[in-house]
Design a binder for this molecule. Structure first.
Ligand code: TMP
Length: 221
């Protein structure tokens, strides 16, 4: 893999936990520090990814087999890493990504049952050696998260997408899956309680990001 000078932070969690709000607040905070900070998301941060996202989110009632679903997310990631993330990191930017490899390990690996270790192996191949420096799991009771999603979709006049429409048990398993990811890799994956006002959650996130940014800046001289 080409040398990279930037920092790579990912935001993870179930539906309606506030990832995109926190991504916006973190990018703003980093930019206030004079840091070049950029955001992206999965799926859907490249032209190919936009097409894949549309397919994944609405299959017109067709249920994909688990393997096909996983491979579509991985195709999106392979393109995202090479077209967006690595080039940006090579310029020395801090990338803040809304979902990444942990989402596949939780949704497809742990919840759909393909096995997170198998998905981890595929992730390593797909990511070409790129791995997050820090992963923030926003943790929220799925009952609350889904209510937020349905409210937001209703306000926009949209129906919930394929995954948002899964039952509560699915979303409880997703929450549990992310907590297990954090327990398995406590150095990289940090859990942030998300059932509080966004500014409070953002403070907790900054307390985790600030030391990493400080060490990174020091390392760059
Ligand atoms: P979101 O970006 O709006 O949260 O929606 C993306 C959906 O796709 C969400 O339900 C989680 C799901 N997903 C996976 O199942 N596996 C993955 O690898 C990724 C990136 C997302």
């Amino acid at each position: 893999m080409a040398p990279r000078r930037g920092l790579f932070i990912t935001l993870e969690g179930g539906e309606g936990v506030g990832k995109s709000t926190q991504q916006g607040l973190l990018l703003k905070r980093l930019r206030q520090e004079g840091i070049k900070a950029l955001g992206s998301r999965e799926p859907g941060s490249t032209p190919l990814g936009v097409e894949l996202r549309a397919v994944l989110m609405d299959l017109g009632g067709e249920v994909p087999c688990q393997e096909a679903e996983l491979l579509l997310y991985l195709a999106d990631r392979a393109q995202h890493v090479r077209q967006v993330l690595l080039p940006a990191l090579e310029t020395g930017a801090v990338m803040v990504c809304d979902r990444f490899a942990d989402s596949s390990e939780v949704y497809q690996g742990r919840v759909r049952g393909l096995g997170w270790r198998r998905v981890r192996d595929l992730n390593h191949w797909v990511c070409g050696g790129l791995w997050p420096d820090l992963t923030l799991v926003l943790d929220l009771d799925p009952d609350l998260g889904l209510r937020r999603v349905h409210q937001r979709q209703g306000d926009l006049g949209l129906a919930p997408d394929r995954l948002e429409s899964e039952g509560l048990a699915f979303h409880q398993a997703v929450r549990q899956g992310f907590l297990e990811q954090a327990a398995a890799e406590p150095g990289r994956v940090k859990v942030v309680p998300a059932a509080r006002p966004p500014e409070r959650v953002a403070q907790d996130i900054w307390a985790l990001v600030e030391p990493l940014v400080a060490a990174w800046r020091e390392g760059r001289g």
